[in-house]
Ligand binder design. Structure first.
Ligand SMILES: Nc1ncnc2c1ncn2[C@@H]1O[C@H](COP(=O)(O)OP(=O)(O)OP(=O)(O)O)[C@@H](O)[C@H]1O
Ligand SMILES: [Mg+2]
Length: 296
């Protein structure tokens, strides 16, 4: 993340197009807003549009606007998001979803700094900085012909890559505490994580990245009964500590933990430990040997 913060600092001072790459929920929009706020355009508009959430037919007029009578239902002239972002920044989320025709239109804007509204004949000068984001591999889309190379190089003057949360384990606890503090303030009650919850968060895979962490902490803060947040409140499996180890290693680790606990509870009595584990005495002997568990 230090590299990301450094990149934010640098690109804020320039007016170049930026491509932000990262898995879902890593903070692409947050980073994009930070770049805008710190830039010379910071007091001008920040306009965001999700290219993947709007049907192609509507997206063109959303982006470029339309003239009165351009199509059925176009009763009045309308400014597009690019024009709304004049003087400021346009954030194009999920840029990989842009159709071929709109890729061409966007490329023309990046080259000429001019747009044409749908159904319009005149060129309108627009001064907007473009920050685009993607959670898909655009270089692969480019190789397959789904994304224009010339547009890619116009957009990706600077690439800011946000690592997934599982690759920056040190951030998990910092972020979790930040989100928990927020709940402490808004709910006005004392909340802490149990040590098991801290461990479970450290080892969880976080496929939904920071957004998942934020949601889980929020929900846990509401559900926690005593103000002590457990792995169960977070909805994180106690087995997440075995993730990425492979099944046989995980199985051995579980066997070892359960056998050691049963032996301790039964003060080393193998017959009772075996009964509790619902295995035969010889099977327990065998496992103790195999796993090298010290006999007491
Ligand atoms: N470093 C961070 N500190 C605090 N909150 C963060 C951080 N990074 C992300 N978040 C929070 O996580 C959530 C997801 O961030 P954001 O919407 O920017 O992600 P995204 O990459 O745009 O996700 P998607 O690809 O799903 O659109 C937001 O609520 C954001 O405030
Ligand atoms: Mg987003």
């Amino acid at each position: 993340m230090q590299a990301v913060f450094g990149a934010i600092e640098k690109v804020s001072k320039s007016d170049a197009s930026v491509l932000i790459v990262g898995e879902s929920g890593t903070g692409k929009e947050l980073v994009s807003r930070a770049i805008h706020r710190r830039s010379a355009r910071g007091s001008r508009p920040f306009v965001a549009i999700n290219c993947g959430a709007i049907p192609e037919t509507l997206l063109e007029s959303e982006l470029f606007g339309h003239e009165k009578g351009a199509f059925t239902g176009a009763h009045v002239q309308r400014h597009g998001r690019l024009e709304m972002a004049h003087g400021g920044t346009l954030f194009l989320d999920e840029i990989g979803e842009l159709s071929g025709a709109l890729q061409v239109k966007l490329l023309r804007f990046l080259q000429e700094h001019e747009i044409e509204r749908v159904g319009g004949r005149s060129q309108i000068r627009v001064d907007a900085r473009i920050i685009a984001a993607t959670n898909t591999d655009l270089t692969r889309a480019m190789a397959k012909g789904g994304f224009r190379e010339d547009l890619y190089y116009r957009l990706a003057v600077v690439v800011v890559s946000i690592p997934p949360l599982r690759h920056r384990r040190g951030d998990v606890q910092l972020l979790a505490n930040t989100f928990l503090q927020r709940e402490v303030v808004s709910q006005g009650k004392k909340l802490i994580f149990t040590p098991k919850a801290v461990k479970a968060m450290e080892t969880h895979g976080w496929p939904g990245n920071v957004r998942e962490l934020e949601n889980r902490v929020q929900r846990a803060a509401i559900m926690a009964e005593s103000g002590r947040i457990t792995p169960k409140d977070l909805g994180i499996s106690q087995y997440s500590e075995f993730e990425g180890q492979g099944l046989s290693k995980a199985r051995e680790a579980v066997e070892r933990q359960m056998i050691e606990a049963a032996l301790a509870r039964n003060k080393g009595n193998l017959t009772r430990a075996a009964a509790e584990l619902e295995i035969s005495r010889p099977s327990l002997y065998e496992l103790i040997d195999k796993l090298g568990i010290p006999r007491r």
